[in-house]
Each structure stands twice: as C-alpha cells, then as structure tokens.
Design a protein around this ligand. Structure first.
Ligand code: ATP
Ligand code: MG
Length: 421
C-alpha cells in the first residue's frame, strides 16, 4: 500500500487523545486461570524493553490488548515493542475519547492524511463497551459515509480494501489503527522458567536461543573458546550474539569459559575420533554445573539432526548421557537454509557469518565418529579427574551481561572496549 496516512498530533493533554501503540496478545489469551500471571510477565518484559527510551511511557490493558503510549515518538515505541515476545501484532494507533464525533474526526484525519488517491478502504468497528449507543455496523456505516464525504478520491471496498481502519471502542477511549505489523508471538520470556544456552559463534545456537525465548524461557548463555590455543575472535562473536539476543529479553548473562587445556587433556587421554563428542560431553557437564548457579532448569543447543557428523542420533544420545539437565534442541528438525533465513530475520546472521577460531575445530580429528560408544567415551574420560576439571572450568568462567548498555546510543555501543578473554 502506498501513501501511509500520518498520525494526527495530540490535541489536548487532559483528554485521551494522541498516538499510541496497540499490542495484540498472542498465545497467552489461551491461558485460563493463570492468564494474569502471563500478562504481568509480558508487561514486566515490555517495561524492561522501554528502559532508557528517553521519556515517560504508560501501559494499560484492555481485553487481550496492551495499549502503550507516552511522551516519546511513536516510532520509538514501535521499535521497542516489536522486540517483546508475546504479542501477535503491533499496531500504530491513535486514541480518542469514546464519543462518535471524536471517533469520526480521527477517522477522517487518519484516512485523509496521505492515503493514496483512488485507494479503497473499509471500516471495522468493534465495541468492547456494549453501552455505546451505536452497534458496530452502524459505526462502520457512519464513519464510512463521513470519510467518503470529506476525503476525495477514496472508495469503499469491504472485500479487499487497501486500507482497513480498525476502530476499537472501549468505555472511555477508542483506538483507531490502520497499519498492522507482525509481532513475535509466543509466550512471554520467563514464563516457562530459565535455560542456559550453549552459544557458539555459528548460525544455529543463536536461532535456537531465540526459539527457546519464544517458548517463554529466559536465557543465559555459556560460550566455550579454545584459549589459550585460539585467538579470542569467537568470544567477540558470542558477546555480539548475546547482546543481540538480549534485545528480546531482560538481559541474560554470558559466561565465557576457556576450554583449550581441557580439550588437550582429552586428546592426550586418547580420544581420537571421539574427540568432538568427548568435548561436547565436557561442555554439557560444565554447563550443567554452571546451571546450578544461574538457576537454569534446562540446557539449549543449536543441534539439528544429522547436520554434521557430531549431530547424529547416537552422538546426541551420548551427549545427553553426560548432562545433568534436559538438553533442549529447538532446531532438531530444521534445515540449514531455514536456520540461516531465521538468523537473518532476528538479526544474528550478520554476526554469525564473521570468521572466527572456533574451539571445536581445535584438535578435531580428520574423521569424527558418527557413533561414539559410551564405553569408549567413559574409558577416555576415566583418565581425567572429571569432577576437578569441571569445577575448575566453572570457577574460571568470566561473566558479562551484554546488552545492559542498550540504552546508550548505537555509536557508544559500537565503541565499547572488546571483551576480556
Ligand atoms: P552452531 O551454528 O550453533 O555453531 P554448528 O552447526 O556449528 O552449530 P556444532 O559445532 O556441532 O554445530 O555445535 C552444536 C551445538 O553445540 C551448537 O549449536 C551449540 O549449542 C553447541 N556448541 C558448539 N560449540 C560451542 C561452543 N564453542 N560454545 C558453546 N556451545 C557450543
Ligand atoms: Mg559451531
């Protein structure tokens, strides 16, 4: 649709009038008695997302809708709200007092303010307040007639309109919206508990983290790098990825653990073709111990079945056996291209594509075993004091909270000194 109508400026401060944003609730409207808990969580997350926006804001709830407004530009509200998980759609809107004259005037302003000549429109009113003197279809007809009379060049088309003007009538105020942006849907982050994501620098694990968040898991992250045998490039990527992911949730922590020496110990113990799976087992053991500190009830990885040799069913079973917590794999049935496309839309692809020195390629055998047997893995692991190794790894973790600086202007963020390694 060309020629978006512009939002009329506020008229008076005291009456409910001016731009706002309508956020249509997603799956939480299916919840029964607990729905208020989900709504509270959603609003907490929305408030967290609005932090540092640079002006006062307010939120209120009508049935299955959250209304957001404030003394900041509507575009800024939209930008923040679109990253909050749990809304099906995000709609720029204008609110007016619930009387027919105000509603009609706002509708004429909205559709007259830049709609393309020759465009078609439809009015769809909904009364949440059944006391309103007109029925919904009477409101539709009344507004439609006034718009036709006052805005030349528009036509009504109820079947396939270019612009649909939604009019939602509450007891005191009415919201008019005519642009609908898709939200992220899903459940409010935190409503399903906490998870610890094994975050590499690749495409998969950030997408897996995002999917986990969309099912209501608040995520912390752990990244293993190959220090002291690799450069810190993978840590920079993990930091940038966690910062991007934290824009979708109240910021989680990133734990960075240098795995290089322990990887060498496994190699010296004769892991051979089992090296990669043995490393992965060490990662989930360490992550499980770390989870006790972060309060996580599950681990999340970016595994997709059969994508690479280390991700065969047998190898995943071997990894799971070493984990003290359930290992969730949101991407188990995803193709690589689907994952890359999703990474593009959530904003992590541009970071994942950068080159790095990944700890998994350090000491990787020329051919990875696709069927790592538990007895062989155990006999390699027996040559290390695993408890001691895991304890030392957890104790050595460096903790960061990427994204706590999101309130700063973008330029200041870019200049932030690199992460310690
Ligand atoms: P990704 O794109 O997420 O790196 P991948 O296709 O490279 O995945 P693997 O390297 O086999 O696959 O890793 C499988 C999963 O193991 C990753 O998705 C991630 O969850 C975890 N993982 C791998 N390497 C690391 C690491 N260095 N630090 C933390 N987790 C890791
Ligand atoms: Mg990887």
């Amino acid at each position: 649709m060309s020629g978006e109508p512009s939002v009329p400026a506020p008229r008076t401060a005291s009456r409910p009038q001016g731009p706002c944003v309508l956020l249509k609730h997603g799956e939480i409207f299916l919840k029964g008695r607990n729905r208020h808990l989900f709504t509270e969580r959603l609003h907490d997350n929305l408030r967290a997302a609005l932090r540092g926006i640079g002006g006062s804001t307010w939120i209120k709830t009508a049935q299955n809708v959250t209304v957001l407004g404030g003394e900041v530009p509507q575009e800024a509200l939209l930008e923040r709200a679109r990253r909050v998980i749990g809304f099906n759609s995000v709609e720029p809107a204008v609110r007016v007092p619930s009387d027919l004259d105000s509603i009609t005037a706002a509708a004429v302003d909205a559709l007259g303010g830049g709609t393309r000549n020759g465009a078609t429109f439809a009015v769809r009113a909904r009364r949440r307040d059944k006391q309103f003197p007109l029925t919904s279809s009477q409101v539709d007809a009344h507004i439609g007639a006034r718009v036709l009379a006052r805005v030349p060049g528009l036509r009504v088309d109820l079947a396939r309109p270019d612009v649909t003007l939604a009019v939602e009538i509450d007891r005191k105020e009415t919201y008019l919206s005519w642009r609908r942006l898709p939200g992220l849907s899903g459940l409010p982050v935190g409503s399903s508990g906490r998870a610890l994501v094994l975050l590499s620098g690749g495409y998969d694990s950030p997408v897996a983290a995002h999917r986990a968040m969309r099912r209501g898991l608040a995520c912390d992250f752990v990244h293993f790098n190959g220090a002291p045998y690799t450069n810190p490039s993978s840590v920079y990527k993990a930091y940038a990825l966690a910062r991007e992911l934290n824009r979708y949730q109240p910021p989680g922590a990133l734990h960075v653990i240098a795995l290089g020496k322990a990887q060498k110990q496994l190699a010296v113990a004769g892991a051979g073709r089992l090296q990669v799976v043995a490393q992965r087992r060490l990662m989930v053991r360490t992550a499980s111990a770390l989870a006790a500190r972060t309060g996580a009830e599950a681990l999340v990885t970016g595994d997709s079945l059969g994508q690479v040799a280390s991700q065969t069913l047998a190898n995943m079973v071997a990894v799971d056996e070493a984990a003290a917590l359930p290992v969730l794999r949101p991407l188990i049935g995803w193709d690589k291209q689907e994952i890359i496309d999703e990474a593009g839309s959530i904003g992590t692809a541009g970071i994942s594509v950068l080159p790095d020195e990944d700890c998994c390629s350090l000491l990787a055998p020329p051919r990875v075993s696709t069927r790592a047997g538990l007895p062989q893995l155990r006999s390699v692991e027996k040559r290390l004091d695993l408890d001691e190794v895991v304890e030392a790894l957890v104790a050595s973790a460096q903790v960061h909270r990427p994204g706590e600086e999101v309130d700063e202007p973008a330029q200041a963020r870019e200049c932030r000194p690199p992460v310690r390694t």
